[in-house]
Design a protein around this ligand. Sequence first.
Ligand SMILES: NC(=O)c1ccc[n+]([C@@H]2O[C@H](COP(=O)([O-])OP(=O)(O)OC[C@H]3O[C@@H](n4cnc5c(N)ncnc54)[C@H](OP(=O)(O)O)[C@@H]3O)[C@@H](O)[C@H]2O)c1
Length: 253
Amino acid sequence: MELGLDDRVVLVTGATRGIGREIARAFAAEGARVAITYHSGEEDAVKLASELGSADGTALALRYDLADPAGHEAVVGEIVRRWGRLDVLVANAVHRPPRRPAGQAFEDVPAEHWVPAVTENLAGVIATVQCAVAQMRRRKWGRIVLLSSHNALGGGPGQEFYGAAKAGLHGLVASLAWDTGRDGVLANVVCPGLTATEQVLSVLPARIRDQETALTPTGRLSSPAEVANAVVFLCSEANGNISGEAVTVSGGR
Ligand SMILES: NC(=O)c1ccc[n+]([C@@H]2O[C@H](COP(=O)([O-])OP(=O)(O)OC[C@H]3O[C@@H](n4cnc5c(N)ncnc54)[C@H](OP(=O)(O)O)[C@@H]3O)[C@@H](O)[C@H]2O)c1
C-alpha cells in the first residue's frame, strides 16, 4: 500500500515521549518532514528532532503550550515559514490534570483543577485545528487526527473532566468533516485504550495491569507504535475517504 507521505509536512504536538514520539518516528520513516512540539521537555524534543533529521532540515522541535492563545498560530506559522505549508496535524499533546485525592467527590473538585483540563484539552486543540485547517484548505489537501481516549467512550473513575474534553473532540471531527470534506481535508479521532508507554508502565501497579490485560480480548495492552500505525494510515494518501470517525486502538476492548 502506498501511503504517499514522502515529503509531506507534518505537525505532531506533544512528541517528547510516549505515543507522540512513536507517531513522529513513524511519519519520519515514511519520508515526511516532521515538526514536533514540547512543553517542558525541550531536551527530549531536541534529541528526537536530531534522530529524525533536524541537521538535514527534515525535523524541527518547537515549544507549544495548549494554554497559550498565541501559541497555536505561532507554531503553525513557524512551520509554514520554514517549509511552505502544513499537510498533516496530529493533535496528541495532553494537559494531564492533577490526580484527584482519594475520597474527593466530583462536586468537591475545585475549578482551578478542572477548568484547565477542559479548556486546554478541548479549546486548546480546537484553536490549533483552526490554524491547521486554514493552511490545508488553501492547498485542497489535509489530514487531521486528534488523540482522544477510551475514557471519552467508556468513562473511568475520576475521569469526568479529562473525559469530557476528549469526548468534545469526537463532536468536533464529526462536524468538521462536513466543513472541510469538499476541500480535501479529512479529520478523525484515534482513541487509544490503556497503552504501554514508558510512563504508564512505570506508574501502573502490576495488579491493575493484570486486570486490564485480562479484560482485553487480545490479552495485552497496545504498544505506542501500534497506535502510531493507525494514526499514520488515517493521515496518509491511502486514506482516501474516511472522515469524521473515531477509531479505537485497544485490543478489542
Ligand atoms: N498512554 C495512554 O495509555 C493513553 C490512553 C488513552 C489516550 N491517550 C492519549 O494519547 C495521547 C498521548 O498520550 P501519552 O500517554 O503518550 O502522553 P504523555 O506521555 O503524557 O505526553 C504528553 C505530551 O504532551 C505534552 N504536554 C504536556 N502538557 C502540555 C501543555 N500544557 N501544552 C502542550 N503540550 C503539553 C508533553 O510535553 P513535555 O514532555 O514537554 O511536557 C508530552 O510531550 C494523549 O492525548 C492522551 O490523552 C493516552
